[in-house]
Design a protein around this ligand. Structure first.
Ligand code: SAH
Ligand code: SF4
Ligand code: F3S
Length: 447
């Protein structure tokens, strides 16, 4: 067996792509290993979203240089969004790189490896043949776990002024519903019980079936809810503008659709939202949250926020704080604005000072963490169905997720793995809930 080490940065779509790359390379005799030492091939699957994320790749390449000196035939490939954005510069800056492959071209890896063996020099593939990629996906053979990722949509046509994704992932493209359903069945056969549908704008999903009929995300979820042995369905990441009536209604109608939604708002200020080209107002967002809560009263929300976007005033930032206080999120991600090469916002003149960004980020994160704690504390004393996904640290300890995506720890038998059982929540440590199995409420399918 040849040893393949893949290191994944960035979003869940990269995690999904890494698994597909492993599946593609398995027929060539590559098997996954956990460290780069002694590997025959190393793939860095990279992220370009913020400056720090992209810089990590270059420091990792520095470390790989030493390994390659010890094993000169080790292949080094850079995949993902940095590969797409900086492919050419990368081979010049880091000669250790043998191959550069963009997120829409990695189905060509086997042929790139062959080409690299034949010809001297670097091999570069950074086209956007999304259709071709999805059509040439191999069958799922890697272990995808109890909760499995399934990419249904890729790319972005929204062009928020701060974001690199439309440039690194290309235009929006949806996979055919039949292929997605077949993949969900294959994942279920390999033990998956929860499917996380992925897309940069997953709720912009518009698939076409073999009869030429168009499917939206709500229809896809409805069909996936009928797949045997899939008990839970989630989707991420959504854009507020694509939250259509069908999808909102689905949250009230489809029991397998979990009551947790990641719906990034970025800012609570209308002028910042406009400068970001989000094409909705803070009130539009409030309205969506209210409609979702009306159909599914126990639904919990998470969001992404950017602080210190160019031109963000103290009043703008306060509008974000006010929106957060009002909505109450169960979880959140917040970032300091990072100018990205080639994006419109990177040319802005009215920059927010780094010290101000730091201070705002801290204020926002304190509030968000407090809300997260409140959401977790509210679970104490309640009984909830938990899907068990993996062993915990302690002996006989198992970790699962509540419907609201909270990690839940219990003690029990190994047979818990891959089942849903009712747990009475006893306490909270850091971000994890701890509880005890409710006797006789053990069920392997949702009640
Ligand atoms: N498609 C998703 C988000 C993809 S990127 C959406 O529309 O919401 C994930 C998150 O990274 C974004 O929601 C945003 O909060 C953050 N992000 C993207 N570009 C950034 C930048 N230039 N600086 C700081 N944060 C950024
Ligand atoms: Fe980036 Fe905006 Fe597209 Fe999300 S919707 S991926 S933030 S451009
Ligand atoms: Fe990063 Fe690309 Fe995902 S930039 S967040 S890996 S789409």
């Amino acid at each position: 067996m040849k040893k393949l080490f893949i290191k994944t940065y960035g979003c869940q779509m990269n995690t999904y792509d890494s698994a597909r790359m492993a599946d593609l390379l398995a027929p060539l005799g590559y098997g996954a290993v956990d460290t780069p030492e002694g590997a025959d091939m190393v793939i860095l699957n990279t992220c370009h979203i913020r400056e720090k994320a992209a810089e990590k790749v270059y420091s990792e390449l520095g470390r790989l240089k030493a390994l390659k000196r010890a094993k000169p035939d080790m292949l080094v490939a850079v995949a993902g969004c940095v590969a797409q954005a900086e492919g050419q510069e990368m081979v010049a800056r880091a000669p250790v790189v043998d191959m550069v492959v963009g997120p829409q071209s990695y189905h060509r890896l086997p042929e790139m490896i062959a080409r690299h063996a034949r010809e001297a020099g670097h091999v570069l593939e950074t086209d956007f043949p999304a259709l071709e990629k999805f059509d040439s996906f191999p069958e799922v053979t890697s272990d995808s776990g109890i909760s499995a990722f399934l990419t249904v949509q890729e790319g972005c046509d929204k062009f928020c002024t701060f974001c690199v994704v439309p440039y690194t992932r290309g235009p929006e493209h949806s996979r055919s519903p039949e292929r997605i359903i077949a993949e969900a069945k294959a994942l279920a056969a390999r033990g998956a019980r929860e499917i996380m549908l992925l897309g940069q704008n997953v709720n912009a999903y518009r698939g076409t079936d073999s009869h030429g009929r168009a499917w939206n995300l709500a229809r896809l979820i409805e069909a996936l809810a009928k797949v045997k042995d899939i008990w839970r369905i989630r989707y991420t990441t959504s854009h507020p503008r694509d939250m259509d009536d069908d999808l909102i209604a689905a949250h009230g109608e489809i029991e397998k659709l979990m009551p947790f939604l990641h719906l990034p708002v970025q800012s609570g200020s209308d002028s910042v939202l406009a400068a970001m080209n989000r094409q909705h107002s803070a009130d539009d967002y409030r309205g969506l949250i209210a409609r979702l809560r009306a159909v599914r009263p126990d639904i919990a929300f998470s969001s992404d926020f950017i602080v210190g976007f160019p031109g963000e005033s103290e009043a703008d930032f306060e509008a974000t704080m006010a929106l957060v206080r009002e909505i109450k999120f169960a979880q959140c991600f917040s970032f300091k604005y990072s100018p990205r090469p080639g994006t419109p916002a990177a040319a802005a003149k009215k920059l927010v000072a780094e010290t101000v960004k730091n201070e705002r980020l801290q204020r926002l994160q304190t509030l968000l963490l407090d809300q997260q704690d409140q959401a977790n504390l509210a679970a104490i004393g309640k009984t909830m169905p938990v899907l068990f996904e993996k062993p915990g640290r302690g002996k006989r300890q198992w970790v699962g997720r509540s419907p609201w995506l909270q990690p839940v720890h219990v003690e029990g038998a190994a047979s818990l793995l891959g089942t849903i059982a009712d747990v009475k929540i006893a306490c909270l440590t850091a971000n994890s809930l701890h509880g005890a199995l409710v006797a006789d409420a053990f069920h392997s399918v949702p009640a």
